[in-house]
Design a protein around this ligand. Structure first.
Ligand code: C2E
Ligand code: MG
Ligand code: MG
Length: 750
């Protein structure tokens, strides 16, 4: 019966033998394999046994009619999709209607036209195959979507209809689609941190018709956070209105995690978890860019464990690995401690130290203000590595050498800096285990000396090695000693008396200035108390407040505490702040100055003329005294420019009601010139050098020897002082002014 293997099998169910035979004949000659059944029951049995591709079914049959058979077929999932062509009478429209209701695919009227029948069957089969194909594709799409974790949904804004695929529900962790009344309901499980971004994307799709893609985190119903990639596509109808939004939702959680893992493998050292050379170089490049923008220094440190090979050789590689891990941990710890206050986040931080070779590490330091900072970290790293290290039942003591290359001094590219740091490290190795070295030799000596000094200074305050010297401030026309500036010195056990210019800047940079200023303020107050107790006619003392101290909020409390502890009147203390410090941050300066004024301090602006203050600012500072920088005094006789500036400052001071003091007065000619410009208060070697407390006590008691040749005629009286009383020699309690000894004797004042 089979003509060939791929013959399509059909089943004809009809009680009319003639119709059956004719139809079978026609279809067989068209190449089909045709079975016949004379009644419904037999038909269903054959159907069961042979699974024909199509059924021709007569409507009118005794027993089971065609509708019953069709219905029975549709009710059985195995036969539900077999196309059924009903054979009806020519004008039997009600049968046609009924046929469709019973689930028939098509109908053909009797008497049967053979050619037509053949075509009808072909069409029905083709349609059926297409439906099968679509079903198959849909199934495989769903399968592919499941495998790709790709879900999709549709939102129709007009009738607020939301549909989604099973995979979408799985991704979002929904047991069944949650009701969606508004498009925002679709986003209800989006991570709060991403919600706004996703909402914006949706809105622009809905309103502007813009397709877009967003990645975001989704909090599934199951409580698991997933990473989602969502493609949002709007569709417009013929009127151009957006009637449908389609979302393609992909769960990329695993992919992101895998990518992260791969990236980690590519960028980090497997043993220590530190950044590798590649990632480190990248991080250094970023750091250098930043340094360049901020005009800051940075440094690359090359760290190499001394004789590491021996550990591997004697204890084995497993022990070697353990040692390296521990060294890495210590390096990370040492660097982290430094930047604890910095704003660098954990990941960025992790890239600033790296494993560079089997026994080599590197560290990148940002914000290196001085080469010494880098040296300090190098020492810290060396010390950290040198701590005893347990290794199995042994305890090892390692050492490491560190080479330092500073940007921009030793190179401005990553490659050069790495190379130079390594050269410096090799240099350190020649010095000996546990050494560090800079790439530039001069940096070694400089930093060593400064490091030493800094270390010494740390102890200097505790060891009481600081001393205050006092330099007189004189009201020249009256010859009175009207004040003194307290100037710190460091009595170094080896170097002798160190001038402040050699350690104040360092104290500023290292933060030691805070305890130093405290020491100076307290020493000045203690001294005032001692002089008062010795019944000496004390004069106000001015102390220098450095930039950092001045900007610290604790300054006021510190001064107040010292004043009350030593029972000193606030009017006996004056604060000197250099002009440049005031100009660094004007609003903070104003606040601080007011704080100090509230305490009762007099305030002087030091080194005036060098800091380019504008008059507008000067007016806002609550100041009492203006000190002309000694740079102007030095050349005042030869440099008309300097003279003009000094003159202007004096006039300015007068108009603003400030006391003007000229610093650095060394010669009588300078003094006379300033007197002629109207400045009567002076400080300088001409009158007195800074002297220790005992020598200054003598000045308080006896006055100062007046230099010969002072010409005080020009000076208008009453500029800054009450009417001169140059002969009032009697010492009294409180702060009284003393005349210059010998001035009266010189007989030039009247
Ligand atoms: P300064 O506040 O401008 O102090 C005046 C400096 O000029 C003092 O130097 C003083 O000895 C020097 N000087 C005074 N008269 C003459 C003179 O006729 N000719 C010359 N060539 N120099 C004269 P010193 O004591 O070396 O202090 C230098 C700077 O160190 C001070 O400048 C001040 O800024 C700072 N300084 C001194 N003591 C302290 C302190 O206790 N704390 C702080 N923060 N800074 C201080
Ligand atoms: Mg000063
Ligand atoms: Mg000065």
């Amino acid at each position: 019966m089979h003509r060939h293997q791929h013959t399509t099998r059909l089943l004809i169910i009809d009680d009319d033998l003639l119709v059956r035979t004719l139809a079978a004949e026609a279809l067989q000659s068209a190449g089909f394999d045709v079975m016949q059944a004379a009644d419904g029951r037999t038909g269903l049995t054959l159907l069961e046994q042979h699974h024909p591709a199509l059924v021709l079914l007569d409507v009118m049959m005794p027993g089971m009619n065609g509708f019953d058979v069709c219905q029975a077929m549709r009710g059985d999932p195995r036969h539900a999709r077999i196309p059924v062509i009903m054979l009806t009478g020519l004008d039997d429209t009600s049968s046609i209607q009924q046929s469709y209701e019973a689930g028939a695919t098509d109908f053909i009227t009797k008497p049967i036209n053979a050619t037509l029948l053949n075509y009808r069957v072909q069409y029905a089969l083709r349609a059926s195959r297409m439906i099968d194909e679509i079903d198959r594709q849909r199934a495989s799409l769903a399968n592919a979507q499941r495998i790709a974790r790709l879900g999709n949904w549709t939102w129709r804004p007009k009738d607020a209809r939301f549909e989604c695929s099973a995979e979408y529900q799985r991704i979002t962790g929904m047991a069944q689609p949650a009701p969606v009344h508004h498009w925002q309901d679709i986003l209800r499980n989006v991570h709060p941190g991403d919600a706004e971004r996703v909402a914006q994307a949706m809105q622009s799709a809905l309103e502007q018709g813009e397709a877009c893609a967003v990645a975001y985190r989704l909090l599934g119903r199951d409580g698991i956070e997933r990473t989602i990639y969502e493609q949002i596509d709007p569709f417009r109808d013929e009127q151009g209105e957006i009637y449908r939004i389609e979302g393609t939702t992909q769960d990329i959680t695993d992919r992101v995690a895998t990518e992260e893992r791969i990236r980690h493998l590519v960028d980090y050292d497997g043993l220590t978890g530190m950044a590798n050379r590649r990632l480190f170089s990248e991080a250094v490049q970023l750091g250098l860019n930043q340094s360049a923008r901020g005009n800051a220094k940075s440094a690359v440190l090359d760290i190499n464990i001394d004789r590491f090979k021996r550990i591997n050789e004697t204890l084995g590689h497993a022990a070697g690995d353990q040692v390296l891990k521990e060294v890495a941990r210590r390096i990370k710890g040492s660097v982290r401690a430094r930047d604890i206050a910095g704003s660098i986040d954990e990941t960025a931080q992790s890239r600033l130290s790296a494993r560079m070779s089997s026994d080599g590490f590197a560290v990148f330091l940002t914000d290196v203000r001085r080469a010494e900072d880098a040296a300090m970290i190098a020492r810290r790293l060396i010390d950290a590595i040198a701590r005893p290290l347990p290794c199995g039942e042994h305890e090892l003591t390692l050492s490491a050498c560190v080479g330092v290359a500073v940007y921009p001094d030793n190179g401005d590219s990553v490659g050069t800096l790495l190379k130079n740091a390594e050269t410096a490290m090799r240099q350190a190795k020649t010095i000996g285990p546990g050494s560090h070295s800079f790439f530039t030799p001069s940096m070694n000596t400089q930093s060593l000396a400064r490091l030493q000094l800094e270390n010494d200074l740390r102890g200097a305050i505790a060891r009481n090695e600081l001393v205050l010297f006092y330099q007189a401030r004189v009201d020249v026309p009256t010859g009175r000693l009207v004040g003194a500036e307290a100037l710190v010195r460091w009595q170094h056990p080896v170097r002798g008396l160190v001038p402040p210019n050699e350690f104040i800047p360092m104290a500023e940079e290292s933060g030691l200035i805070t305890p130093l200023t405290e020491w100076v303020v307290r020493a000045a107050c203690r001294q005032l108390q001692a002089w008062q107790q010795a019944n000496l006619p004390v004069v106000p003392l001015s102390v220098n407040l450095s930039a950092r101290s001045f900007h610290e909020s604790g300054l006021r409390d510190l001064i107040q505490l010292a004043l009350s502890e030593f029972g000193v009147a606030p009017s006996l203390l004056e604060g000197e702040i250099t002009e440049s410090v005031l100009m660094q941050d004007v609003s903070v300066a104003i606040t601080r100055l007011h704080e100090l004024r509230e305490v009762g301090l007099e305030l002087a602006i030091d080194d005036f003329g060098t800091g380019y203050s504008s008059l507008a600012y000067l007016k806002r500072f609550p100041l009492n005294v203006l000190k002309i920088d000694r740079a102007f005094v030095r050349d005042i006789l030869t440099d008309t420019h300097d003279s003009a500036i000094a003159s202007t400052i004096i006039t300015l001071g007068k108009t603003m009601g400030l006391t003007v003091v000229a610093e650095g007065m060394e010669t009588v000619e300078q003094a006379n010139h300033l007197l002629s410009l109207g400045c009567r208060l002076m400080q300088g070697y001409l009158f007195a050098r800074p002297v220790p407390a005992a020598a200054f006590a003598d000045m308080l008691r006896d006055g100062i020897a007046a230099p010969a040749g002072l010409d005080i005629q020009h000076v208008e009286s009453g500029v800054a002082l009450p009417a001169p009383d140059c002969f009032a020699l009697a010492p009294a309690a409180g702060h009284q002014q003393r005349p210059l000894a010998g001035v009266a004797a010189a007989g030039r004042l009247s």
